[in-house]
Design a binder for this molecule. Sequence first.
Ligand code: ADP
Length: 182
Amino acid sequence: MKNRLLFLGPPGAGKGTQASLICKEKGLLHLSTGDLLREEVSLGTQLGKEAELIMNKGELVSDQIVLSIVEKKLSKSSQGWLLDGFPRNLMQVELLEKLLKDIHQPIQTVLLIEIDDETLTHRMLSRGRKDDKEDVIRNRLKVYRDKTSPLVNHYMDLGILKSINGCGNIEDVNNRIKEALN
Ligand code: ADP
């Protein structure tokens, strides 16, 4: 199986949950920029303080901040990795491509988890994270549509995109993903 993966999809699609499962099964490094940023927030670092204000509005944290977080971790991985939540706009795609070129580790497969807005909103509201309030969710979906969804065409053009249906229970979705990655 491929061991350099990128999970793409709207907020609430289950990327984090599914990425954890796949990483555990395949021994990959799980790189979630959302988790890494929340870690900085809970540690109360300067970076965390700046990021928190932006995250609570559902906007994107600066490209340089997320890049530096990813860069630190990626250089340490030897068994392969799974990127979750990064890149999130075309500038981040460019920055990531340069970084991966330098370390000779191109992405092998991009997996798109597709799901409707109503299910997403419902899932996020029941999760109840600090940025899971109705108006913030609406903004996160808008940011996804405006800034992140153009990545779908980009990776499709590169011929490395696969998509699966993200509706249903965790196990069903996990099985679909494993099938797609085989
Ligand atoms: P979700 O995908 O459910 O919105 P994440 O945990 O991936 O949850 O992200 C939460 C928040 O963290 C985002 O709304 C954004 O503010 C910030 N964030 C995460 N990844 C990035 C990124 N690559 N670039 C900019 N901001 C990011």
